[in-house]
Design a protein around this ligand. Structure first.
Ligand code: PMV
Length: 330
């Protein structure tokens, strides 16, 4: 039997960085997914192949045998192995597993690719072993695996990949799902610059330490933007939402996490007719999102493509993790 599951990528619509200081953030699942196929092996090896990570190999009896990807392969595949082992333990089965990962989500760009893979792995492997895990448990297993690579992530990435839709996230208080009926047509442009979220968070912290009377009000304003945006989302007022995204981006620039590549994408998007554009996630590279009127999507994609070849239209998706296909051997 083979099971294929998929889970969506995410973008932070508003609130990154300020969320570190207790302000809310708005996160949405987008229609780019990671796909994971799982099947049982005759032996007890765990074989993982990930096209996007350019890594594959076998985990068995405490060793790793690399097939592709050299010395970094084991480290890259470890979170996926962790998910598989947790589920094997839960199932009480002494079998091996083959897992094949393919993904439409750019890697290391702040779009939650690793969480989507962990969540989809959790569902594909549990289903192939005959376990039907509740979503809370799928989230928890993926979150624990995420901690191996990201230290202390907020948990928002595996949450949005599991549940889909739009989430309001407040650090320490958890996640609330928002009912947003309106479509949110976005264009995403990837600067291609790999950045360290930890370093960018530290940069803002440093800035706040040096200029508390200036930075604290910026953080306050960031929080207010999210609160106002919730009503705009409910009413489908995309024009005003775009304006708030522009203000939020200016605040993020003010705290030092934008750069020239990000600004070029932001300006190109706005010039081509986007309602608003901003960096998403940690900044310093990664992606830019542009909220765009439907009739301007093609123009905005084209304008952003001139700067980054990895530019694409995306929209909100309500669907979190799902089983795509179950096939049985004859
Ligand atoms: O780069 P991403 O998408 O993982 O987002 C980081 C978001 C920050 O607010 C900068 C950090 C955090 O932990 O919330």
């Amino acid at each position: 039997m083979k099971v294929t599951a998929s889970a969506p990528a995410k973008v932070i619509l508003l609130g990154e960085h300020f969320v570190v200081y207790g302000k809310p953030a708005l996160v949405l699942a987008i229609d780019r997914r990671a796909y994971v196929s799982a099947e049982i092996r005759e032996d007890e090896k765990i074989y993982i192949h990930s096209e996007d990570l350019g890594a594959s190999g076998y985990f068995y009896s405490g060793t790793f045998q690399v097939e592709e990807g050299g010395q970094t392969a084991e480290m890259k595949l470890k979170p996926i192995e962790t998910v598989i082992r947790r589920i094997l333990t839960l199932s009480n089965k002494n079998v091996g597993i083959n897992v094949i990962v393919t993904s439409q989500i750019p890697v290391a760009a702040g779009l939650g690719s690793s969480a989507a893979v962990a969540v989809a792995t959790s569902v594909a492997v549990s289903n192939v072993l005959g376990l039907k895990l509740p979503k809370d448990e799928i989230f928890q297993i993926a979150y624990d695996a995420e901690r191996i690579i990201h230290g202390t992530p907020s948990g928002v990435d595996p949450a949005i990949s599991t549940h889909g839709g739009v989430l309001l996230y407040v650090r320490g208080k958890g996640i609330t799902r928002l009912n947003v009926e309106t479509d949110l047509p976005l264009v995403i442009g990837n600067t291609g610059i790999i950045r360290s979220t930890g370093e960018l968070v530290a940069r803002v912290r440093e800035m706040r330490k040096r200029y508390p009377l200036i930075i604290n009000p910026i953080i306050e304003t960031g929080g207010r933007i999210v609160k106002e945006a919730i009503d705009l989302l409910k009413n489908g007022d995309l024009k005003a939402l775009g304006e708030l995204m522009n203000i939020d981006h200016a605040l993020l620039s003010a705290v030092g996490v934008s750069n020239e590549e990000i600004e070029r994408l932001v300006y190109a998007a706005k010039k081509a007719g986007a309602y608003g554009a901003k960096l998403t996630g940690a900044g310093g590279g990664g992606c830019v999102i542009a909220l765009t009127p439907q009739n301007r999507l093609v123009n905005v994609v084209r304008a952003m493509e001139e700067i980054s070849s990895e530019s694409f239209a995306a929209k909100k998706t309500e669907e979190g993790v799902r089983v795509e296909e179950e096939t049985y051997d004859p």
